[in-house]
Design a protein around this ligand. Structure first.
Ligand SMILES: Nc1ncnc2c1ncn2[C@@H]1O[C@H](COP(=O)(O)OP(=O)(O)OP(=O)(O)O)[C@@H](O)[C@H]1O
Ligand SMILES: [Mg+2]
Length: 283
């Protein structure tokens, strides 16, 4: 069941993961990602002005095999949260755990695939070279590397362009090469920061298909997006963040039933945007 504006530590777990269940199933469904009282503050170097709190007491759990949509308006704190999970920035307080290990330890990130919000790859490399570079970073054995590269390029439908420099790719192709990069190490958990950003409707549908396929393979996907229609079709659960605070978390199907609103309408309501009444506007 979903709740609005409420403490979320229990809410954000599926019934199977609720310790109150006390069963073996509950233990097997230990969250793959757990965020506890996370706070992140940014302070301009040398500035006396108060620090900006980008993430404010966030509690969230993502269970194995879930596709989880991390939503919120621009500046809500989604990328900041992901940056903590990836070890790019440190939490001001609180912590996060991946596969039960604190993200402060690099080992926690070994089984993660990550697609950044903005991809800055060496544009003179071909897709194949880029993926080989990442395969080396992940210490994938050479014998396996070629097979893995073939697999991921096929998945993102870039086989035909594998020997072309990335600088000659369209934006959508660059986004897909980013996704291939995120998948090269066959990760169990994917953290994708706006994977469909800038893609045309076909490109978005393809990314959705890839996410669905990853789910059937048992992967867990945690992603941010502003494409709420898509989120609605692909996600098991969603969380809505606003000004660093968690406003709502729940199963997409429960939210639809409980509020009788589309995800987009619910989102607007949660972030305090009142939808104009067309009858009044016309009057
Ligand atoms: N390096 C930084 N230094 C100072 N403030 C920052 C920094 N990075 C982010 N912020 C601020 O933190 C807040 C959260 O930003 P964040 O990028 O996490 O939002 P977001 O939810 O990812 O937004 P978007 O949907 O636009 O990607 C914003 O107010 C932003 O201005
Ligand atoms: Mg962002």
């Amino acid at each position: 069941m979903a709740r609005m504006n409420a403490p979320v530590s229990q809410d954000s777990r599926s019934p199977a993961a609720n310790p109150a269940g006390g069963s073996i199933t509950a233990r097997a469904a230990e969250p793959i990602l757990r965020i506890e009282n996370l706070c992140v503050e940014y302070r301009a170097a040398g500035s006396r002005s108060p620090a900006k709190r980008a993430v404010d007491g966030l509690n969230l759990s993502v269970n194995p095999g879930e596709v989880f949509g991390f939503l919120g308006p621009n500046g809500a704190g989604k990328t900041t949260t992901m940056n903590v999970l990836l070890g790019f920035i440190n939490a001001t307080s609180g912590d996060a755990y991946i596969f039960g290990t604190t993200v402060r330890q690099p080992i926690a990130r070994q089984r993660i695939g990550y697609l950044p919000e903005l991809t800055y790859y060496y544009k003179f490399l071909t897709a194949e070279e880029l993926l080989r570079f990442y395969a080396r970073i992940f210490k994938i054995p050479r014998t396996e590397t070629d097979r893995r590269i073939d697999e991921v390029l096929k998945l993102v439908e870039l086989e035909h362009a594998r020997k072309r420099q990335i600088k000659t790719y369209s934006k959508g192709m660059q986004q897909r090469v980013g996704l291939a990069q995120a998948l090269i190490n066959d990760p169990d958990l994917l953290i994708l920061d706006e994977p469909t950003s800038g893609l045309d409707p076909i490109g978005r549908m393809k990314v959705r298909e890839i996410i669905q396929r990853l789910k059937t393979e048992g992967k867990t996907v945690f992603f941010s997006s502003h494409e709420l229609g898509e989120v609605e079709t692909v996600c098991d659960r969603v969380a809505i963040l606003d000004q660093g605070r968690l406003k709502l978390v729940g199963r997409v199907s429960d939210l639809a039933k409980q509020y009788q609103l589309s995800l987009e309408q619910l989102f607007l309501k949660v972030v305090g945007y009142s939808i104009p009444d067309p009858a009044r506007t016309q009057a």
